[in-house]
Design a binder for this molecule. Sequence first.
Ligand code: NAD
Length: 260
Amino acid sequence: MTSDQNQRLAGRVALVTGAGSGIGRAIATRYGAAGAHVFALDRDLDAAERAAAAIVAAGGRAAAVACDVTDAAAVAAAVTRVREQGGGIDLVVNNAGISVLGAVHTLSEQEWDRQLDVNVKSVFLVSRAVWPHLVERGGGVLLNTGSVLGLRAERDDAAAYCASKAAVLMLTRCMALDGAAHGIRSNAVCPGYVTGPMLDHYTSAQPDAAAARAAVAAQHPLGWLGDPADVAEAFLYLASDAARWVTGAVLSVDGGMAVA
Ligand code: NAD
């Protein structure tokens, strides 16, 4: 784990959803190294516990929280638990997400609903649950994981996913406006393709997985796939006081893919 000499998040309590894997785990790890007390939330409790244990083993503070972010009652209970155990919440990262492959003419209604529930409704549910608490505390930070596919369309496989991520970006902007008077900052990070299970899910569905992976990498002007840790650095900046005047922003961390 990268240790952060400046301890930029010392004293902060951070809730990170989808922290059991990939980008969420990298964010949780980075926040732990920066001094935050991290609550690693995931529907996969074993994965969340592994993420929390690694932070603790590296000298940080962390605990696992089991929760399905599409379940409003479970979200409310999880936020209450984190508030009680953490002594408050300063910072939330709405990161849990899935990729349902399909086009408008191939997706079922159930697939569409599942994609929008996990990627968009969850941001609403978690942010709504924590909002009164942040207002009461005089402010806080809400960060959302968007995607380059919320900024540009992709052929064949990504209609529901692209729509879900575009919705996350507009929700981020609305939350920034609504939260500003309360000291709540809301921003989004749009990653390009990073190595990990979500990319494997896409490439393994293609006729030639290795060729598909190379083709995806080539879509990024820098020419290579990102690492979740590259994305986590942007989340650290946006969470820290260095970004105190940044709200409503959409930060691309994508090897240049959004402008290609
Ligand atoms: P991942 O599959 O590695 O991890 C996602 C985590 O979210 C898993 O631990 C999973 O258990 C959890 N999760 C899924 N549904 C959940 C639910 N209903 N409740 C609670 N937890 C749930 O994925 P990743 O690549 O790390 O993606 C994380 C975020 O980044 C997603 O929002 C994704 O859309 C976005 N993103 C990923 C990429 C990429 O290339 N992987 C690119 C751009 C954006």
